[in-house]
Each structure stands twice: as structure tokens, then as C-alpha cells.
Design a protein around this ligand. Sequence first.
Ligand SMILES: *[C@@H]1O[C@H](CO)[C@@H](O)[C@H](O)[C@H]1NC(C)=O
Ligand SMILES: *[C@@H]1O[C@H](CO)[C@@H](O)[C@H](O)[C@H]1NC(C)=O
Ligand SMILES: *[C@@H]1O[C@H](CO)[C@@H](O)[C@H](O)[C@H]1NC(C)=O
Ligand SMILES: *[C@@H]1O[C@H](CO)[C@@H](O)[C@H](O)[C@H]1NC(C)=O
Ligand SMILES: *[C@@H]1O[C@H](CO)[C@@H](O)[C@H](O)[C@H]1NC(C)=O
Ligand SMILES: *[C@@H]1O[C@H](CO)[C@@H](O)[C@H](O)[C@H]1NC(C)=O
Ligand SMILES: *[C@@H]1O[C@H](CO)[C@@H](O)[C@H](O)[C@H]1NC(C)=O
Ligand SMILES: *[C@@H]1O[C@H](CO)[C@@H](O)[C@H](O)[C@H]1NC(C)=O
Ligand SMILES: *[C@@H]1O[C@H](CO)[C@@H](O)[C@H](O)[C@H]1NC(C)=O
Ligand SMILES: *[C@@H]1O[C@H](CO)[C@@H](O)[C@H](O)[C@H]1NC(C)=O
Ligand SMILES: *[C@@H]1O[C@H](CO)[C@@H](O)[C@H](O)[C@H]1NC(C)=O
Ligand SMILES: *[C@@H]1O[C@H](CO)[C@@H](O)[C@H](O)[C@H]1NC(C)=O
Length: 815
Amino acid sequence: MAKLGIRLASFIILFSFSLSFNTSLCCPNEQKLALLQFKSSLFDESSSNSSLDVALGGVASWDSSSDCCQWDLVTCNTRLTSRNVIALDLYSFISSLAPEIAVSSAVLEPLFQIRSLMKLDISSNFLQGKLPISGIANLNKLVHLDMRDNRFNGSIPSQLFSLRKLQYLDLSSNSFDGVLSGEVGTLRDLRVLNLDENFLTGEIPTDMGNLTQLRRLSLRQNTFSSGISKSFLQLTELEVLDFRNNSLSMEIPTDIGSLSNISTLALSMNQLTGGIPPSIKRLSKLVTLQLDNNRLSGEIPTWLLDIKALKILNLGGNNLTWNNSLPLAPKCMLSQLSLRSCRLAGPIPFWISTQKNLDFLDLSENELEGTFPPWLAESNLGTILLSDNKLMGPLPPPLFQSLNLSVLALSRNNFSGELPKNMGDTTSIMILMLANNNFSGPIPNSISKIYRLLLLDLSKNQFSGSTFPSFSPEALLAYIDVSSNRLSGHLPVNFASGTRILALGENEFSGPLHPNLSHLSQLEHLDLHNNYITGKLPEFLTQMSSLEVLNLRNNSLEGQIPNALSKLSSLRILDLSINKLNGRIPANIGNIEGMIKSPSTFTSISDMFTFYIEFSDLILNWKKSLQGLSSRNLEIYYFLDLSQNQLSGEVPTSMGGLTSLKLLNISHNKLSGSIPLSFGGFESLESLDMSHNNFSGKIPWTLVNLQQLGTLDVSNNKLVGQIPMGSQMDRLNDPNSYANNSGLCGMQIQRPCPMTASPESPPRSEVTKSEDTWFSWNGAWVGFPIGFVSVLVSAYFLGYLTLTPRRRQHRSIRK
Ligand SMILES: *[C@@H]1O[C@H](CO)[C@@H](O)[C@H](O)[C@H]1NC(C)=O
Ligand SMILES: *[C@@H]1O[C@H](CO)[C@@H](O)[C@H](O)[C@H]1NC(C)=O
Ligand SMILES: *[C@@H]1O[C@H](CO)[C@@H](O)[C@H](O)[C@H]1NC(C)=O
Ligand SMILES: *[C@@H]1O[C@H](CO)[C@@H](O)[C@H](O)[C@H]1NC(C)=O
Ligand SMILES: *[C@@H]1O[C@H](CO)[C@@H](O)[C@H](O)[C@H]1NC(C)=O
Ligand SMILES: *[C@@H]1O[C@H](CO)[C@@H](O)[C@H](O)[C@H]1NC(C)=O
Ligand SMILES: *[C@@H]1O[C@H](CO)[C@@H](O)[C@H](O)[C@H]1NC(C)=O
Ligand SMILES: *[C@@H]1O[C@H](CO)[C@@H](O)[C@H](O)[C@H]1NC(C)=O
Ligand SMILES: *[C@@H]1O[C@H](CO)[C@@H](O)[C@H](O)[C@H]1NC(C)=O
Ligand SMILES: *[C@@H]1O[C@H](CO)[C@@H](O)[C@H](O)[C@H]1NC(C)=O
Ligand SMILES: *[C@@H]1O[C@H](CO)[C@@H](O)[C@H](O)[C@H]1NC(C)=O
Ligand SMILES: *[C@@H]1O[C@H](CO)[C@@H](O)[C@H](O)[C@H]1NC(C)=O
């Protein structure tokens, strides 16, 4: 027995000896050298940055004394006669560890010497510059080439198209430009051509039609325009045709039905016109049909539902119509259906109940009437989007017993009644949007039990009651909008500690700001306007350093504005108007960093929810009228509104340093002294209201520097002297803006000034301007381009189905 054991052991030793020392089983020396050269050029690239030494963990095992077939990220073939490197998996190999480091694409050149490569994956590495041309043609055994998600630019080298064995080519998410050359046509064995997310422009080339082996053609997210060359109709082996998000303006070719192997036809987000061609009927293998967000018109043919294989039907966002009174017996089993804005009238179509596998239903922006059907409430859908219809009545309780429902959007209908008490039974809802309906009664306490809830929009309803659900600090709920209801009682403060948006405005909440608000340490947006909040502006507010928007407009706050307010360095919208604040404006108010320089990146409210932009319109006083600002565009606004308080004393000079401000309103206070010269520093200011104060002295001539100024009001003060002239000031000639002062003069109010030259005037010779000049200004002034971006609703849900999940994936991968 012992003998056998020894034999066995020596056999194993011998075997492993021959594995590691038989040189013909090692990778060829020149391949090892190429890899080592690649490794060292990476370090050369980054020699200035020692952090990369740590970052490139993956190549730590690459050292010259060992067999390169044993290295991490390297795969060799397993033939006994010879070993060659056949695959390099360098996916996210640099970026995940050192995302700030950009590495030149030239580092790839050594890899192009490894002729045996069949698979090269260098995706997600932030390699930048042109794709190196030299050597790439060597890789003629390459079957799989993945270069997506780098920073390659320039044109795609034609050498790439000599790699005849390629079956998989992904160049997406780069910055390639230029038109594909005719040489694409030589890739006769290509099965997959994926050029998505680049900046390829022009027409899709005719020679594409020569790639007769192609099974998968994706040109997604480029800017191909004008048309698809019909040559692609020769690609009869095609299974996947993806042209989404280009600028194609043409009709869908009538003979598209000749691509009989097609299972995915994805043409979303183009400018396609015409109708849905009848030949699609012949595509018996069609599983996915995505034609949404184009300009297709006409009636949607009901035979689409006779395609047995069809699972995903996405036609929303066109000018298509659906005749909801046709009797239907679908032969397909859909999992996703979007008939958004297809002019569906009448009740929610009953045939949908036959679709037992349905998971996603979007019937928003139609003219649907009637109540929420019981069969829909009991179906096990994951997503139900019925916003912007005319549906009414209460929500059936079974809806909230679903285990699958994760998105429910019913905004802008006429639903009414109380929310079912059992709401919390659904544990799966992540997004619940019921805004702009007629719901009443209390907000059910059980809502706080929905532990996956991320976004809750109950705004613009008739909810009432003085008890608000109490959310645990560990809850996921980050976006809450219950504004414009009739909720009362003390301001609720029990929210998730990760809350980012809290909108409780236009309710009847009362009492002081509770210190527990400061537990919301990630709060970016706090909107409590139009309530009955009393007490002082508490010190703890100044420690909520992530606040970007603070709206306390129209409450009953009193006392002074805390000096420490300027510590809120991210603040860019501050509205404290219509309160009873008194004392001076803090001298250091000019230090609010967020209002000084426009930060390059905001943690945008809707980062995670690009597809739900209807959420939370913030109401602010913009140019003297209340307007809704889409929360999606909030990052472009910089407001400071302290109007209608009892603030007194002089305005601090520092205020003029808030160079990003677009609106400043300090009207209706008791401010006195002169207007600081520093106000000439508001280089972005579009609206300035200082009316109804006690300002005295002259209007500073520096105001002529405010090139963006479109609205100025200094009325009802004690100002004297000449209104500054020149530049934008000449056009601000509404006499009401200067009324009720102690002796203003100037062309704007057509009251000539006495000829005594003013020492404060700019060196410019405005006095010599002839009188008819300023009269002619009067008529010429039509409108000022205010750069106000109106609420964008048109992009609603654009690309939700496919793009958003993908984006999220990317995000998590990069982290
Ligand atoms: C190495 O392995 C090959 C193939 O298994 C064999 O032909 C050759 O004799 C071996 N060489 C040595 C030195 O063991
Ligand atoms: C080096 O890396 C640090 C972060 O690790 C980065 O801030 C810096 O810009 C890099 N320097 C160079 C020269 O790339
Ligand atoms: C490509 O990127 C490199 C590095 O970022 C840059 O220097 C070069 O100008 C870019 N070339 C083109 C054509 O955009
Ligand atoms: C594509 O095919 C057409 C017709 O067969 C031919 O004239 C053309 O040269 C081909 N293009 C390439 C790049 O091979
Ligand atoms: C469409 O492509 C453009 C770039 O061409 C990109 O900026 C945009 O985000 C894409 N849209 C969607 C919905 O993917
Ligand atoms: C379509 O697919 C089938 C099965 O995969 C295959 O046999 C056939 O050759 C393909 N091509 C055409 C034109 O039908
Ligand atoms: C939509 O289609 C109808 C015909 O079906 C046409 O009359 C109408 O002008 C189209 N509207 C738009 C905006 O294209
Ligand atoms: C819808 O179909 C019904 C039944 O076929 C028909 O009577 C009606 O005219 C159609 N409506 C429209 C707008 O085409
Ligand atoms: C709904 O959930 C059940 C179990 O939770 C799951 O088996 C089923 O596949 C889901 N249905 C859909 C359409 O996702
Ligand atoms: C909304 O529904 C109520 C009944 O619940 C009805 O009285 C009212 O007229 C409806 N409003 C609209 C705008 O349809
Ligand atoms: C809300 O419902 C009430 C009755 O429940 C109805 O009188 C009222 O018109 C509805 N409001 C709207 C805007 O439809
Ligand atoms: C404030 O928070 C403390 C502990 O974090 C808690 O005990 C207290 O009940 C909270 N107060 C209110 C009014 O929610």
C-alpha cells in the first residue's frame, strides 16, 4: 500500500513537473514579451502617478519568471503541442481602480503582436486617443473584439474591417467619428457588428449589404441621418437589427418583411415617418418590435397581435392611433406593451387581460376613461403606467396585494377616494406616483411599510389629516413630494436618513422646524413653502451642508437670518420670502459658495430616475410670477429671494459677489442706505427687485455691467439722481420700475437730468446721447432672451424600456 502511495505521489510530482517546466507547454516567449511590454507601457504612461501602482492589481501576476499562461486575465489554448495566448480579458481593468487616470490608446500596440488572439476585451478602461492602426490587422484570428466604453476618438481604422473572422465587434460608448468606409463590406464572416453609442454620422453605407453573414447589426446611438440604405434588406440572416437613437428620417422600407429571420427590430428614437408596413406580418419569428418615439402615423394594425412569437411591443410616442373598439383575440403573449399616446379612448382594453405574462404596461397619455379595472388590479404586473388619462374612481385594494408591482404611475387622472388602508401590503413598490388626482382622506400609515419605496409623489390631491406616516431612518425612500394637499399638524420629520428631496409645500403644516430635520444629512432639496411654520430659522439648518434648494417661502418665520447660513456651500436656491424675518442681512451672505461659481456637476435630482421627470415641480417666484420649474432642470437656477420680510439696515457689500445668481429679490423690506456698487458684479443676474425699501442715494452706475438683466425694479425707495445709462440699462425703461423715489431722472423715465455731472458716473459719455436715441429704444425693445428653460415633458419616458436599466448597470459596475 505504502509503495503504491509513493508511486502515486511521484507520478503527481512528475506530472506537475512536466506541466510547469516543459518549455513547449509555456506561452511563446514573444507573446510573453508583448504582454510585459504592455504592462510596462501602462506604468510608463502613469509614472507620474504612483496611485496606479496599486490600481493595476490585475497585472501583478505578470512577471517575467513565470509562464504567461498562468497569469491572471490571460487565457491560452489547451492543445498539447503548443500553447498560445488566445484571450485577454482586460474588461474594466484600469478604470475600476483608478478612474481618474486616462491612458493613451498607444499602450495597446504590443497586444497587436499576439497573432493567436481570438478574443480581446478591453472595454471600460478609459483608454483615450485614436485606435492604433499599426498591427491591428495582425489579429486575423480575432472572433470577439470588445472596445466599448473607452474614450477612443477619430475614425474607425479600416484595418479593423480586414479581421475576417470577427463575429462580435462592439465599439459602443466611445467618441469615434467619421463615416464607415466601404471596407466594411469585406467582413464577410462577420456575425455581429455593434457600433452603438458613437458619433458616426451620415448615411448608413450601402456596402453594409455585402455582409451577408451578419446576424446582428447594431448601430445604436450614433447620429446616422437621412436614411438607411436599403441594401440592409439583403442581410437575410439578420436576427437583430438595432438602429435605435439615430436621426433616421425615412419610411420603414415596405419590404422589411423579407428579413424573415428577424427576431428583434428596434428602430426607436428616430424620425421615421409613414405607417407600419404590412410586410411585418410575415416576420413570424419577431419577438421584439420597438418603434416608439418616431413620427409614425396611421392606425396600428391589429394583426400585430397575431404574430405568435411577439413579446415586446413598443409603439408609444408616435402619431399612431389605436381603435379601441375593434374586437381582438391576440395570438401573442406579450411581456411588454407600450401604447403611450396612441389616442386610446374608452375603457382600458379588456384584451390586455389575456396577456398572462405581461410585466410592463404603458398606456399613459391617452384618453382612457372609466375606473381602474379589477382584472388589471389583480394581474401581476411589474409596471403600470396610466398617467395622463381621464380615469376616475377609487383604486381597488387588490392592486396593493400584488407581489410584483414595482412602478405605479397614475398621475394626472381623476382618481378619487381614499387610498386603501392595505397599501403597505405591497412590499415591492419602488415608485408610486399619484400626483394631480382627486384622492382624499389621510395618507395611510401603512405606506411606511413599503420597504422598497424610493419615490413617492402624492402632490396635488386633497389628502388631509394631521397624522403623517412615520418612516424609519433606514427606509430607502429618497424622494418625497406631498405638496399641494391639505395636510396639517406638526411638520413631519420622520423620514429616511437618506432622503434627498422633501417637498411638503402648500399644505397646512404648523409649528417650528424640528431639530430632527437635521438627521436628513443627505437632503438636497427642502421645500416647505406655503405652510404655517413658526419660530426662528434654527442654527441646525446651517449644518445641513448638502442642501441645494431651500424654500421656506410664505410661512411665519421670525427672528434673524443666521450668520452661519453662508456655510451652506451647495445652496443655490434660497427662498425666505414672505415671512417675518428681521434684523440685518448677514454680512457674509456673499460667501455662499453655490451661488458664486456654477459647479460643473450637480448630483442631479433625477439621476436615478431620468424617466420620471414629471416629479416635483418646484414653485418659485420668477420674474414676478409664480411658475413651475421642472425639477429636472433645477441645476440651472440660482435664486435668492428675501422679499416681504422686515429686514433692515444696509445691504452687505459682499452680496455682489454672488456671481451666479440669476434672480435677486430683496423687495418689500426696510432696507436702507445706498445700493452697493458691488451689485455691478452680478454677471448672471436676469432679475433684480429692490423695490419697497428705504434705499437712498444714487443707483450705482455699475449696474450697466449687468448684461443679462431683463427685469429691474427700484420703485418705492428714496433714490435720487441719474438712472445709469448704457448697455442693458437703456432698455430697462418701464417708468413703474422707478416710480415713487425722491428724484430720479434719466432717459428711461423720460425726465431729463440737470446738467451737473455726477462724480459717480462711469467715464462714458452718456450725457451726449441724443434724446431721440432713447426714444427709439422704446419701440425697439421687444423681449429679452431670458434663457428660461420651460418644463420639459416631451422627453417623458424616452427610452425607459431599454436604456435606463442599462445605465444603472453601468453605474454599479463602475463603482
Ligand atoms: C514536452 O512535451 C511534449 C508534448 O507533450 C513532448 O513531446 C516533449 O518530449 C516534452 N519535452 C520534455 C523536455 O519533456
Ligand atoms: C494622480 O492621481 C490622483 C488621484 O489618485 C489625481 O488626483 C491626479 O490628478 C493624478 N495625477 C496625474 C498627473 O494624472
Ligand atoms: C482625441 O483625444 C485626444 C486625447 O484626449 C485629443 O488630444 C485629440 O485631439 C482627440 N482627437 C480628436 C480627433 O478628437
Ligand atoms: C459590395 O457588393 C457589390 C455588389 O456585389 C460590389 O460592387 C462592391 O464592390 C462590394 N463592396 C465591397 C467593399 O466589397
Ligand atoms: C441618444 O444619443 C445621444 C447621443 O447621440 C445621447 O446623448 C442621448 O442620451 C441618447 N438618448 C437616449 C435616450 O439614450
Ligand atoms: C434563418 O434561420 C434558420 C434557422 O436558424 C436557418 O436555417 C436559415 O438558414 C436562416 N436564414 C434564412 C434566410 O431563413
Ligand atoms: C397625425 O396624423 C394625422 C393623420 O392620422 C394627421 O392629420 C396629423 O397632422 C398628424 N399630426 C402630427 C403632429 O403629425
Ligand atoms: C373602429 O372600429 C369600429 C368597428 O370596426 C368601427 O365601427 C369604427 O368606425 C372604427 N373607428 C375608427 C375611428 O376607425
Ligand atoms: C411575479 O412574482 C412571482 C413570484 O414573486 C414570479 O414567480 C413571477 O415570475 C412574477 N411575474 C412576473 C410577470 O414577473
Ligand atoms: C372627476 O370625477 C368626479 C366624480 O368622481 C366628477 O364629478 C368630476 O366631474 C370629474 N372631473 C373631471 C374633470 O372629469
Ligand atoms: C373631485 O371630486 C369631487 C367629488 O368627489 C368632484 O366634485 C370634483 O369635481 C373633483 N375634482 C376634480 C378636479 O375633478
Ligand atoms: C427625534 O429623534 C429622536 C431620536 O433620534 C426620537 O427619539 C424622537 O422621537 C424624534 N422626535 C420626533 C418629533 O420625531
